[in-house]
Design a protein around this ligand. Structure first.
Ligand code: ADP
Length: 170
């Protein structure tokens, strides 16, 4: 039987416990899951480079045997076709995610009609969580240990925390 491959696409800038929860759940539903680090032109200035985002995603998913991490700068539908993926798995946090995700799902369906988008409801404990929350809290030196995996904590803090004594950017 053909392998059922799903893709979890996103910016992952950086990857959070909320993302990881969706990835783990997707891994129980499909033979293989590709965590795909992408370029989102509405979020062009990422805090972490593509290579860093890939490396962090690899580190936190290394214990899940049917998950691999990849990077693609082109069209998601093209990547899905190349990989023979049948489904995009996305997390839905709130009504606010819905309109954008609905539009993306219909667009991807238009570009690649056999590609389905599957929405998993966020775990209630991660409902408020986003990469931008992590970036904001960390950039003011706040505690992000509830939001990101312990193995990434130090690297993310080091990168985003304000240098001690330095004046914040106006
Ligand atoms: P994008 O740049 O497409 O918004 P993100 O990196 O922000 O991508 O997120 C990738 C996917 O993970 C999206 O489907 C998003 O809804 C989902 N996601 C992000 N944070 C959470 C969370 N806390 N709980 C569930 N899903 C989430």
């Amino acid at each position: 039987m053909e392998k059922r491959i799903a893709i979890c696409p996103g910016s992952f800038d950086p990857i959070t416990k909320g993302h990881l929860d969706i990835i783990r759940r997707a891994a129980t539903l499909f033979d293989e899951v590709i965590v795909l680090i992408m370029v989102n032109y509405t979020k062009a200035n990422t805090a972490f480079t593509a290579a860093e985002r890939v490396e962090m995603a690899r580190r936190v998913t290394s214990d899940i045997p049917n998950v691999r991490v990849d990077y693609y700068a082109g069209l998601l539908a093209d990547y899905a076709r190349q990989q023979g993926a049948c489904t995009l798995v996305k997390g839905l946090r709130a009504v606010t995610d819905f309109e954008y995700e609905f539009q993306m799902a219909l667009t991807n369906k238009k570009l690649y009609p056999s590609l389905e988008t599957l929405f998993l409801t966020t775990d209630i404990q991660y409902m408020y969580l986003s990469s931008s929350v992590v970036r904001q809290v960390a950039s003011f030196g706040g505690d992000i240990s509830e939001f990101v995996c312990p193995e990434l904590l130090e690297d993310i803090q080091k990168r985003l925390a304000p240098a001690s004594g330095a004046l914040p950017n106006a």
